[in-house]
Design a protein around this ligand. Structure first.
Ligand SMILES: [Cu+2]
Length: 171
């Protein structure tokens, strides 16, 4: 009888250990897949560009990840390098012509998710540039959220190729 209890005890212990190992493996997969810093907003792959050295407007692109558990509203952008900075999106009208328009009311970023600002998609538009956007120039911008703001320094990279749609979040 004692022997049976002993075997049962070992058996239960083995199940607990096996489950623990499984959980650890599972957790790891989750973290790698999401690549979030917990409770943070993260900006990556940021760059600015202009169509030509004399252009009066330019644009900024990046990926913004919301690692927090709450929805975040990106309500606007401030910068000293242009008269105006707006959140823009490219949209196709009913005649099939692509044009840009201002995103009214800001952009919501769901918890544990990301928004990609890219060429031909959402971008930050710089209108009325006060300086030319030469490669390597660093532009200070401020992203404005509901209750906080983030100061960023964005490098101009006019030679950056257009992002592929298969862009992966991990880097
Ligand atoms: Cu635009």
């Amino acid at each position: 009888m004692k022997k049976i209890l002993y075997i049962l005890y070992i058996f239960i212990l083995a199940i607990i250990v096996a489950f623990r190992i499984y959980s650890i493996g599972h957790e790891k997969t989750y973290h790698t897949a999401h690549h979030f810093n917990h409770n943070e907003l993260k900006i990556s792959e940021a760059y600015a560009r202009a169509a030509s050295p004399n252009a009066k407007s330019g644009a900024i692109f990046f990926i913004i990840e919301n690692g927090t558990d709450v929805e975040v509203l990106l309500s606007g952008v401030k910068t000293d390098v242009a008269k105006r900075a707006e959140l823009h999106v490219h949209k196709e009208n009913k005649n099939g012509v692509m044009s840009m328009m201002k995103i009214e009311g800001g952009l919501k970023i769901a918890p544990k998710s990301a928004l990609i600002f890219k060429r031909g998609g959402q971008h930050i538009m710089l209108m009325g540039l006060k300086q030319s956007l030469e490669n390597g120039t660093i532009i200070p911008i401020e992203l404005v959220f509901q209750d906080k703001s983030a100061q960023l320094k964005i490098t101009v990279d006019n030679d950056r190729p257009i992002e592929h749609s298969s862009h992966k979040m991990s880097h």
